[in-house]
Ligand binder design. Sequence first.
Ligand code: PEP
Ligand code: MN
Length: 332
Amino acid sequence: MILHIDKTLSKETVEQLAAKNQAFCIEEQEHFTVITGSAVKDVPADFEGHTLNSWVFPNDNQLASREYIKATRKVDFGSFAIGGDTKNTVLIGGPCSVESEAQIRESATFMAGLGLKMFRGGCYKPRTSPYSFQGLGLEGLKLLAKMREEFGMVVITEARDASHIDEIIEYTDVIQVGAKAMYDQGILRACAKIRKPVLIKRGFGTTLQEFVQAAEFVLSGGNPNVVLCERGIRTFETGTRFTLDLCGVAWLKKHTNLPIILDPSHAMGYAYGVADLARACTAMGIDGLLIEAHPNPKVAMSDASQQLNHAEFEALLNSLKPVAQSVGYQMI
Ligand code: PEP
Ligand code: MN
């Protein structure tokens, strides 16, 4: 249940009453928002007489629910926004991993030259094998921050686990919570305490309900800037790396108020399918696309098979623009 509580009560009092009821409390301009579990169906006695409005939900899709906020939330990245009434589909480009200063500068120079506003590169890689390249860590974060200064793009990188979440929050503009990390309570709780946008990727064995609940961890802690990312789930099929769940995307668009970004690169696992998938995703009317590209994919230190080269990436961007326009969006 979500309650809007009037401001005749002090913040301290509302926080104490919320804690007593195992509820969260967010201070907003006009009121306090108190969130209990969805099992609570009646206004708790402690809030009687102070409740301006209340919502009851069938499950814990609450703050993220379209029943609560009808319009898609607007998430502001400083130089641009998605969601709200923007109708922007932001293209997030960059390599899977930051590998060296020369590699990341070549990539940033190219992406900025195309007019891209958001640049990605992994620094702490959540690899399946301990013997694979694990990322440059803090050195990579510093290189990414340097690219932001040089090229003025918003940068995004992923948190692998909670041990380095403070570093990620310090150096990057947008925190990516990876598919393998979306159950990490340390990461989610840290992201709840800040206001920087958080992009949560769906785990490959995660139901839509669990995916939304991960977002609720961040939202209920007071960070409204959450974006969902569908990147493929595991099915019986082994011909492709994962299966991009576009039905799930339709469900998320219908039932949640969060902007949604699609990642065909990790879903497909092979460069040859990425452009077709990206056009199909764009035709759904979405808030963004995440595509991996590398100056020389053959020598990429992670996800080499799926990264586009720069010529392929540029051709893809050009082909996406009219697709976005045809469904009332613009690629930025
Ligand atoms: C990535 O974005 O490079 C990545 C590791 O993605 P995922 O968490 O979706 O596997
Ligand atoms: Mn990758």
